[in-house]
Ligand binder design. Structure first.
Ligand code: B3K
Ligand code: ZN
Length: 876
């Protein structure tokens, strides 16, 4: 067998044949579902009349094939494992086919499969080809009419995209429903659901006064977990009308929750299918983070109705066109609905940890890749989150009003079309007259740009000289990089006044907070009329997805921590200050020298804890130390043990020095109010639980008692889970073991809570974790076929840095074993799971060798194209 081959953006050709209308009939059966397709097909005017019709199709058994009512003879077509080739077809015709598929044996969860007995589909990116023979590409857009036939008892509910137009009873206990979607769509947005589902219903009146029925379909036992998702949906619908002028375009919008799903959710037209983890919430089963995640994902999928569905991607290289824009939209929605600074801090914190790591590793790729082997591998942090950062930069470069005009133009001009990133950016340039030529490089250059900044205050002339130098490191296949257009929002904070000074650049007054544009490799900015020595506050609100280095002293950082007018940079100053202390401690640990806590960090924390900061949510973030993963990203070679030891030392030192303050904060933020996922309550819980985390760093007796009480009170899952986690991660097994057991028994029936139960155990620092993972893989609640379980147990273990990276290599072996098994069952999940091993270059030689050995072992297997592509890059 030859290795899978890449496809190239430069090879793009418009489709030779368009499907203008698609009719499908599904006769459902677990192992032998019959799918009849009736496609109206037209040859593209520029296509040669001899051009064959080539349709994608995988894992299909062809039963029959006819053109305009006449069977296609065996010699007139060719069939491979991947395509159906018909040599001679008319200019316009009806193609009818019938195939058989087996949803019950579909463990890849792409195409039509069964989850807990419920039939459901996942077609993005290339899953529709597992349903019927079709030109499975996003630039083929058709109207759809779909009939679903199922068993009336086991599949009382039969759903598809669009509006229901017919239903009825058939013989042998069967029944049917017919659905019609009037909006032409690519087949990746096709959806079908059938099973024993129950609905919660609501409605939304659109801005133009139309009534839209909203339905949330779940299994019966989950009916009490839908309220938050429904409320989030309504908020998202209203927000998109108010913010982007976008109204919903069908009379019905449905969301279905299923347990087995590769990603979070899918934006199928009018029929979103969700991973149950991304939709179900209840105060007793879901944490605040889960509530916020659900709100964000419900909104994200809804927003796709315009950014993705009405206007879609020409080809999969343009994936970020819909994903980057839609992530940006959902981020803004969540910021408007909750605490804006906290949303930004959390997003950036995650971005700088995970996307920076991706951009620095062997699978680094541009926001618009120029080739891929398996598109499923490109649903990445780069396409999604870096894509969103680039859209955010556009919004900031144009200002909101022009950006909104550009977005209006984009939606109007390209409605019903499949387009490119140039089309989107072109609209933005057209309405604003901003030259975005150089800016386009963000889409084609991979890697995280690094900016070295230096500043000097010239007392004699009252000037501040700021020099910025940019470089983007080489990434696989891209050795040389060109300078990017980097907008840097900044201020100069006067060290005497503590205020932002007015920025005057080349005689022009820019105000006290302004954006400067770095476009060259190196640029010098001279600010005049600077009356006092300032500390620069650079990259405010993380105005560009870059690493910015400035030689701040610890005094500078302590000053910015309390004086910067930009909330994000106040937080970032705290992170930088903590990082400087952590660097010293990591070095001390490596050199076997006694660790000494930097008193400036202690004092900064004391100021925070006892000061008058009113935003508890931001305060909780400011009191949170950089994660081990983030610290690792800052080190040239990752020393997992030194990082863990240094961070623990800081946590314990702060807890010892500020014990009484933490106790006071904990007590002051207790509440018996009934749970609500409001920003105020979430802020209070975060702050309380951060304080408790410090107290448990020293296993303070009062802290242990707080944990026990908080766990036993069962007030809400945020508090219960946090208390249980702290106990399980402490050395108080006497209390933790019975608590863990009780929790596991109480929630044995709830898969989403059992996911949490798995994660809590396998992320503890104690060295027995590997054995625990092996043991829990045999637990009845675990299944390797369920992606949520794999993420909760194996994925979480691979994030447990000191245990996954144990020096005997057993952590790596365990992960590789699971990857090998999953490669056969679910290649998409297998390829994601292998990621931690691909980062081997970042570690010491001994670990590098162990990790590479496991990658080589995986490579020797007969691999799916998904895992092949990732492992091949990792070993290149
Ligand atoms: N568009 C989907 C992605 C599904 C792809 C899975 N292979 C989810 C989202 O971004 O909304
Ligand atoms: Zn999306």
């Amino acid at each position: 067998m030859s290795d899978p081959q890449p496809v190239y953006l430069s090879d793009y050709q418009p489709p030779a044949y368009q499907v203008t209308h698609t009719e499908l009939t599904f006769d459902l059966d677990p192992a032998a579902t019959r799918v009849k397709a009736r496609l109206q097909i037209e040859r593209h005017p520029s296509t040669d009349s001899q051009a064959p019709l080539v349709l994608n199709g995988e894992h299909l058994t062809l039963i029959s094939l006819a053109i305009d009512g006449s069977p296609v003879s065996d010699t007139a077509y060719q069939l491979t494992d991947e395509v159906l080739h018909i040599a001679d077809v008319p200019e316009t015709f009806i193609l009818e086919s019938e195939v058989e598929i087996s949803p019950s044996s579909n463990t890849a969860l792409e195409g039509l499969y069964q989850s807990n007995g419920i039939y459901c589909t996942q077609c993005e990116a290339e899953g529709f080809r597992r349903i019927t023979y079709y030109p499975d590409r996003p630039d083929v857009m058709a109207t759809f009419k779909v009939t679903v036939i199922g068993n009336a008892t086991s599949e009382p509910v039969l759903l598809a995209n669009g509006n229901p137009i017919d239903q009825g009873v058939l013989e042998n206990g069967r029944h049917f429903a017919t659905w019609e979607d009037p909006h032409p769509k690519p087949c990746y947005l096709f959806a079908l659901v059938a099973g024993n589902l129950h609905k919660v219903e609501d409605s939304f009146e659109t801005v133009s006064g139309r009534n839209v029925a909203l339905q949330l379909w779940v299994e019966q036992e989950n009916l009490d977990k839908t309220e938050h998702a429904m409320a989030s949906l309504k908020r998202a619908m209203a927000w998109d009308e108010q913010t982007y002028g976008r109204e919903y375009d069908l009379d019905l919008f449905m969301i279905v929750a299923v347990n087995d799903f590769n990603m979070g959710a899918m934006e199928n037209k009018g029929l979103n299918i969700f991973n149950s983890a991304a939709v179900l919430t209840h105060p007793s089963t879901a944490t605040d983070a889960a509530f916020q995640n659900v709100e964000g994902i419900v909104a994200h999928e809804y927003f796709h109705n315009w950014s993705g569905n009405r206007v879609t991607c020409r080809d999969w290289f343009q994936l970020s066109l819909k994903e980057g824009f839609t992530v940006f939209r959902d981020q803004c929605f969540s910021a408007d609905t909750n605490s804006a600074p906290v949303k930004r801090i959390q997003d950036v914190s995650f971005f700088r940890t995970a996307q920076f790591a991706e951009d620095a590793g062997p699978t680094a790729h541009p926001i618009r890749p120029d080739h891929f082997i398996e598109i499923t591998n490109f649903y990445t942090l780069t396409i999604y989150e870096k894509g969103a950062e680039v859209v955010r930069m556009l919004r900031n470069l144009l200002g909101w009003e022009d950006f909104r005009r550009g977005s209006d133009l984009y939606f109007e001009r390209f409605d019903g079309q499949a387009v490119t990133i140039e089309d989107f950016v072109g609209c933005m340039a057209e309405v604003s007259d901003v030259d975005l030529g150089q800016f386009m490089r963000w889409y084609s250059q991979a890697g995280t740009p690094e900016i070295d900044a230096h500043g000097e205050y010239d007392y004699a002339h009252g000037e501040y000289h700021l020099t910025l130098r940019q470089r983007t490191p080489a990434t696989p296949g891209q050795a040389d990089k060109l300078p990017l257009h980097i907008p840097i929002r900044m201020g100069l904070v006067g060290t005497k006044s503590g205020q932002d000074l007015t920025l005057t650049l080349s005689g022009e007054k820019l105000g006290s907070d302004a954006v400067i544009h770095l476009t060259e490799d190196e640029q010098r900015f001279v600010f005049s009329d600077v009356a006092e020595a300032p500390v620069p506050s650079l990259l405010r609100d993380f105005s560009a997805p870059v690493k910015l280095h400035f030689p701040y002293s610890r005094e500078d950082l302590a000053f910015l921590l309390t004086h910067d007018s930009d909330g994000f940079n106040r937080w970032d100053a705290g992170q930088r200050l903590a990082m400087l202390a952590l660097d010293d401690l990591i070095a001390a640990h490596r050199n076997g020298v006694e660790k000494v806590m930097d008193s400036r960090v202690v004092e900064a924390f004391r100021v925070l804890l006892t000061g008058s900061m009113s935003d508890k949510a931001v305060l909780a973030e400011m009191l949170t130390l950089p994660s081990e993963a983030y610290i690792a990203e800052q080190q040239p070679i990752v020393d997992v043990d030194a990082i863990h030891a240094a961070r623990e030392f800081v946590r314990q030192s702060l807890a010892v020095a500020l014990r009484d303050e933490f106790v006071a904060v904990y007590k002051a933020n207790q509440s018996d109010d009934p749970y609500a996922p409001t920003p105020e309550q979430i802020a209070q819980r975060s702050l309380k639980n951060v304080a408790l985390t410090y107290l448990m760093a020293i296993e303070d007796e009062e802290g242990v008692a707080f944990c026990e009480t908080q766990f036993a009170a069962e007030h809400n899952m945020t508090d219960v889970r946090h208390a249980l986690t702290l106990l399980v991660h402490s050395n108080r097994d006497d209390i933790a073991s019975p608590a863990l057991k009780a929790f596991g028994e109480k929630w044995a029936h709830d898969p989403l809570v059992m996911d949490q139960w798995f994660t809590i155990q396998v992320s503890r620092p104690q060295s027995d974790v590997l054995e625990r993972v092996q043991y829990l893989m045999q637990h009845p609640a675990f299944s390797i076929k369920n992606p949520n379980k794999v993420r909760a147990l194996i994925g979480a273990f691979a994030q447990n840095r000191i245990n996954f990276h144990r020096l005997d290599g057993k952590g790596y072996t365990l992960l590789a074993d699971v990857v090998i098994e999953l490669n056969r069952l679910n290649p998409e999940i297998a390829a994601r799971l292998v990621t931690p091993l691909t980062r081997w270059q970042r570690f010491d030689e001994e670990r590098q060798q162990l990790m590479r050995d496991e990658l080589v072992r995986i490579k020797q297997e007969p691999l799916s194209s998904n895992v092949f592509e990732v492992v091949e890059k990792a070993l290149a």
